[in-house]
Design a protein around this ligand. Structure first.
Ligand code: G4P
Length: 532
């Protein structure tokens, strides 16, 4: 195997998704602990940055000149080079959270065992589902009282529409949590509350078939219950099937407790075997193999510098094939010319550092003088292909934006269009209105404040925002439709996006149904694939 193939084959690039508080940060910290990246868990990001208020967030952004929410953590474990893409959550949940998933080869879904499937997990999962990204489930906090295991799995299957296959099975929960049962090896891995922050876990392994030893470990009652649960499980659950996992149709499920460091190592070992190294990706000219082709990458995120003194931006790209070397010239397909990738950097825990080389599967951020857009492809000069665009995700909050000082129209329009081009917000114009009033749509409400802050700081424009009641947006499949011909409900709004595509905004799902009933043949789409 060539050196290039070896490097690429050891890459594993995945995103961690969860609802806030399920334990994503804690689990990530434990992963890094195993990778030897940090000595003590807890230093990935302090709680202060994880739950920052808006003003703190701005300060952090300014200080570092880069988003705290864009970290990619890289470490080695079990002979693999692992890239973890952190998906921004909490208040700064935004379109970037969705876009990050586009750069991952698989996703790890962390679920709180007491809460089950929560709204943010559901949203992120739907994006994985649409893309067929393999999803692995880690049911966390088993050291606390958890819901019935069968119920939890049932909920995942029903709510998310994916089959589950427990790789291990919890023995009790909360105070009665005894450990997990490893189904493949028929072993009990006994729970021991390891010292917080260390990786010296004492996971004793006992064969379930050794009756005396297993009774001694978990007690007679728990063993009896485990045996009956296994019987039920073996009869009812799906068998492990790698093909189905790869297609995102079956989620291997693991149980553990990230805080006490239990079940994390078992998860990592199994996960690394079940997930794949970077796979060939579809481009407009055919499938691009990660090893056979030269360098190629696509931009999935653009981060503006919040510091007024440095108006540069960083474009984050996922390398899809070949090798990147610092200072190399590449062909920017959408721009139609060769560019040199400047100041390449990778994020490692809290720091960013300059990279001299990177391979398919890795994520790098490069200096962007304002030439890249989300979804752009870069490849080796001489090649010319485009990776499929990144879809536009439906905003969930809308506001009408007006400038306070109408004399600053030019700056206002320029600022708002640039911020929209970076993908932080989406802008819409009311049908038959000009740019006097603009409707802004965002995935996370924090983006409204970011918009206000940036327009003031970077463009010296003050704006007034009036939140609008719309919650649902639908693109109209027929791009050439005459919007005047649509009969909707009185609370519906007809708008167009930056590309002139016709859309409808609705206050509730009932109005969507009514509008569909009133307009025969009307086809509405929940999200829009970016059309170049
Ligand atoms: P997030 O990134 O998904 O938002 O979750 P995070 O890891 O920050 O965890 C949220 C809270 O849940 C934290 O408690 C964390 O310590 C706790 N937690 C995470 N994993 C486990 C687990 O396996 N068992 C138990 N019992 N708790 C867990 P906190 O009180 O909000 O913060 P802290 O004061 O502990 O730092």
């Amino acid at each position: 195997m060539s050196d290039l193939a070896k490097e690429i084959n050891k890459r594993r690039t995945f995103a961690i998704i969860s609802h806030p508080d399920a334990g994503k940060t804690t689990l990530t910290e434990k992963f890094l602990l195993y990778g030897g990246q940090i000595n003590l868990a807890g230093s990935v990001k302090g709680k202060a940055t994880a739950r920052h208020a808006v003003s703190d967030w701005m300060d952090i952004e300014k200080e570092r000149g880069i988003s705290v929410t864009s970290s990619v953590l890289q470490f080695e474990f079990d002979g693999c080079c692992i890239n973890i893409l952190d998906t921004p959550g909490h208040q700064d949940f935004s379109e970037d959270t969705y876009r990050t998933l586009m750069a991952a080869d698989s996703a790890v879904m962390v679920i709180d065992g007491a809460k089950g499937v929560e709204p943010q997990t559901r949203k992120l999962f739907r994006v994985c589902g649409r893309r067929g990204i393999p999803v692995f489930t880690f049911i966390n906090k088993m050291d606390r009282d958890a819901r019935d295991t069968f119920d939890l799995l049932d909920e995942i299957e029903k709510e998310l529409g994916i089959a589950t296959c427990p790789v291990n099975w919890p023995i009790g929960s909360g105070k009665e949590f005894k450990g997990v049962y490893d189904r493949k090896n028929r072993n009990i891995v006994e729970f021991a509350d390891t010292q917080k922050g260390t990786k010296e876990g004492t996971e004793t392994v006992i064969s379930l078939d050794d009756e005396a030893a297993s009774v001694a470990a978990i007690g007679e009652e728990a063993r009896k219950q485990l045996l009956s649960e296994i019987e039920l499980l073996d009869g009812a659950s799906e068998e492990f099937d790698q093909e189905k996992v790869n297609a995102g149709k079956l989620s291997p499920v693991f149980f553990g407790s990230a805080l006490t460091n239990f079940g994390v190592e078992i998860f990592l070992h199994n996960f690394l075997q079940m997930t794949s190294s970077p796979l060939p990706r579809k481009a407009d000219t055919g499938v691009i193999d990660p090893v056979d082709k030269g360098f190629s990458a696509f931009v999935f995120k653009i981060q503006a510098n919040m510091n007024k003194a440095h108006r540069d931006r960083v474009a984050f790209m996922r390398i899809c094939s070949g090798k990147f070397t610092a200072g190399m010239d590449v062909f920017h397909v959408q721009g139609g010319k060769n560019v040199r990738l400047m100041q390449p950097q990778q994020m490692m825990a809290e720091e960013r550092h300059v990279v001299s080389e990177a391979y398919a599967g890795d994520i790098i951020g490069v200096f962007d003088p304002g030439i890249y857009s989300i979804g752009d492809t870069l490849c080796t000069p001489g090649d010319k292909f485009k990776y499929a665009g990144i879809p536009t995700f439906a905003p969930e909050h809308f506001a009408r934006v007006r400038q306070v000082d109408t004399m600053k129209r030019k700056q206002f329009v320029k600022g708002i269009e640039q911020i929209a081009q970076e993908g932080a917000i989406q802008i819409f114009q009311e049908e038959n209105y000009g740019m006097e009033e603009i409707i802004v749509g965002v995935v996370g409400v924090l983006q409204f404040e970011v918009l206000q802050y940036r327009l003031k700081n970077e463009y010296n424009v003050e704006i007034k925002l009036d939140q609008l009641p719309y919650e649902f947006i639908r693109w109209i499949a027929d791009r050439d439709i005459d919007l005047d011909t649509i009969t909707g409900t009185s609370d519906m709004k007809k708008v167009r996006d930056l590309k002139g595509r016709p859309l409808l905004l609705f206050v509730n799902s009932w109005s969507i149904g009514m509008t569909l009933d009133r307009n025969e043949g009307l086809v509405l789409e929940e999200y829009s694939e970016n059309e170049a």
